[in-house]
Design a protein around this ligand. Sequence first.
Ligand code: PBG
Length: 332
Amino acid sequence: MKPTIAPYPLTRFRRARQSSAIRGLVREHALTTDDLIWPVFVRDGEGIEEPVPSMPGVVRRSVDLIAKAAVEAQAIGIPAICIFPYTVPRLKTEDCAEAWNVDNLSNRAIRAIKSAAPDIAVMTDVALDPYNINGHDGYVVDGEIVNDQTVEALVKMTLAQAEAGADIIGPSDMMDGRIGAMRRALEGAGHHNVMILSYAAKYASAFYGPFRDAVGAAGALTGDKKTYQMDPANSNEALRLIERDLSEGADMVMIKPGMPYLDICRRVKDTFGAPTYAYQVSGEYAMIQAAAQNGWIDGEKVMLESLLAFKRAGCDGILTYFAPQVARILQG
Ligand code: PBG
């Protein structure tokens, strides 16, 4: 039964906003460090930390410094870190073989983090784009991004990551049928506890621009990703994709980008009740940082407000480049 709202002045909503104490008492949602997954960029070399110009405050780190960053993240309570490799052009090929090389950058970073900071969960990215000569997430055959052949490669990539010690596999490729194939392969190889966080509702978005600079994919990409990533105009399709991925064995699901798609987050959470995450992507991060650097907004306040919005929309957690800054603030 819907409670009735007594008319003014019996009800005065401002009573509940009169002081910090009362506002705290009636507050519905809160952001905590438990909600954070920190995406990091790894590059080759040693002792290197190189800024990403289009993402002020974000750097690409060599494996040794990634491990050090993971130790720091663990110390400030960040539960998970997500690795994205910057692959040098020479390792990008048509067959994308570097993707399942057990000693590739990403797999070395997993092992380094696992030995330096064993309590932080390590998440990976599964898609061919860092290794693909044409920058696409799948194989390109006669101008078409082919699905089933790509899924076979993604399975090999998944197994190499699980072997390296990944806790959470994050397929961001948007091929059909990959969740089931990956889940069966993981079970078959004895990786029963390795989780799959499906980028189930991933839109073909212009908000990924700075990320493609960060991983060195911007130059490589020919054409766009509209034949596999979702049309931003669709909402019901997101629900159907998420239902499909959950039925194939996804443990958690993601909506991406984040802030422009909060309506999808809410619908997904209400419909399935599954662990639901949003990715506050590179373009969202860059916009906030750029406006803050210009003095046009209070960067810290906007960061916290933007992340709280995900909690209000039903998300259980957020992938965000702000994770360390936020964790430090939340820890006081
Ligand atoms: C690639 C991938 C992308 C992002 C995560 N994984 C870019 C893309 O699909 O082109 C974007 C993340 C961000 O913008 O922060 N599979």
